[in-house]
Design a protein around this ligand. Structure first.
Ligand code: ADP
Ligand code: NA
Ligand code: MG
Length: 388
């Protein structure tokens, strides 16, 4: 296709699925992460870098082998990336280091979105981590409110629901010395998500609006399309496009949203990378989120409609496969049932099992949502017989 080599900071499952998409286009990828990271396992080149995506010298080593740098995680050293751009001006870095830096701090991300007229939950910074400061938040927002770490948050590990004034001590203990902000509680009826890919020219392409269902703060299911009226789905899509237009550079973004009881939509947070809510695109859309990202950062064509469902009657459900809480590898039974199920595809990430760890996912695709739901029941073990 093209002789560009893409260097990826991070070699988890997202990097692994980018590698898969790139390799189909004869695009080389090199990975910076720990030895035997999931993305390295399926990419038999010797150039991979063993090291950390938060370490300047390691990023320089990756840059020396790359024409384009990208990330599969936003918790990289963004300042190091800015220095790398100065040292190697010919290397493209997408998302832009400035975008990564902004998004890394969830409170700065919110301020940025507000400046661009994107609706978000009302938020205030917590300037000192004291009970008094949290009680003042409680007076302003009422209870419950959400206390969040501004940085290094994922899978709920950075959030604490402050249910009442006598819980502020516990909240501070939980989030210790992290930089904090508080968010007004959003009594959402559904959580929605939209993947958006942005070309270097600034054109945005939204994937379908989907519904995400979290369990213990981790994505459990994705329902595509979202079971909401078309007008709302369209509104979500426009909101996501507008949010992503506010970030220069190019690549794929995941936009998480809350749908409130009055049908108002608020952006929760944005990820500047492939996202768990977009895994369904591998089997349900013309182009997967991973290939869309590769096309964007490599400057390949992005034709009209390339992010749409493969057919006008495509429905999909994605189920995350998490490490079983009690018995090592028991989650493989879910995968086994999925293999027995028509219209289901299993993706495993090559990780060692741990309770609650994201081990893989399953995509179910059919022309009816009811059919997807019946198949999900069998796969998740809530019915013993395979649907007809
Ligand atoms: P993470 O980086 O861990 O994904 P999020 O900020 O997206 O952090 O929060 C994780 C989950 O917590 C969300 O998907 C949502 O279910 C819930 N949540 C987050 N913020 C709020 C809020 N302001 N009100 C109600 N629920 C929230
Ligand atoms: Na996050
Ligand atoms: Mg989130």
């Amino acid at each position: 296709m093209d002789k560009k080599t893409i260097g990826i900071l991070g070699g988890g499952q997202l990097g692994r699925m980018v590698v898969e998409a790139a390799s189909r286009l004869n695009i080389n990828t090199v990975i910076l992460d720990a030895p035997n990271a999931p993305a390295k396992q399926i990419n038999a080149v010797s150039e991979h870098i063993d090291g950390s995506f938060t370490h300047y010298e390691s990023i320089v080593k990756l840059a020396e082998k790359s024409d384009v740098l990208t990330v599969e995680i936003e918790h990289v050293d963004a300042d190091a990336l800015k220095r790398v751009k100065q040292k190697f001006p010919h290397i493209e870095i997408y998302p832009l280091p400035e975008t990564i830096k902004l998004i890394q701090d969830k409170y700065l991300q919110k301020e940025h979105l507000i400046q661009h007229d994107i609706e978000v939950a009302e938020s205030i910074p917590v300037l000192d981590n004291t009970e008094q400061a949290l009680l003042e938040v409680g007076e302003k927002f009422g209870y419950p409110f959400m206390l969040k770490s501004r940085t290094l948050a994922y899978d709920g590990r950075g959030n604490f629901v402050v249910k009442s004034s006598d819980k502020v001590g516990e909240a501070l203990e939980f989030l210790k010395d992290r930089p904090l902000y508080a968010e007004k509680w959003c009594p959402f009826v559904k959580e929605l998500a939209v993947m958006v890919v942005r070309s270097l020219e600034g054109e945005v392409f939204a994937y379908p609006t989907v519904e995400t269902i979290q369990q213990d703060n981790i994505c459990h299911l994705v329902i595509a399309p979202a079971r909401i009226p078309d007008t709302l789905a369209k509104k979500a899509s426009i909101l996501a496009n507008n949010a992503v237009k506010s970030f220069p550079g190019c690549g794929i973004f995941g936009v998480e949203m809350f749908l409130l009881p009055n049908n108002e939509l608020l952006v929760n947070e944005i990820a500047p990378r492939p996202h768990n809510s977009g895994h369904y695109t591998i089997d349900a859309c013309v182009t997967s989120q991973f290939e869309a990202h590769v096309r964007a950062v490599a400057g390949l064509p992005m034709p009209k409609g390339f992010t749409e469902f493969s057919t006008t009657s495509t429905n999909a459900i994605m189920l995350n496969v998490l490490g079983d809480k009690d018995t090592a590898d028991k989650e493989l039974e879910i995968c086994r049932r999925a293999l027995e199920t028509p219209h289901a595809t299993v993706y495993l990430y090559g990780k060692t099992t741990r309770p609650g760890r994201k081990m893989g996912h399953i995509n179910i695709v059919s022309s009816s949502m009811e059919d997807c739901e019946n198949r999900l029941e069998y796969i998740s073990g809530s019915t013993a017989s395979l649907p007809a």
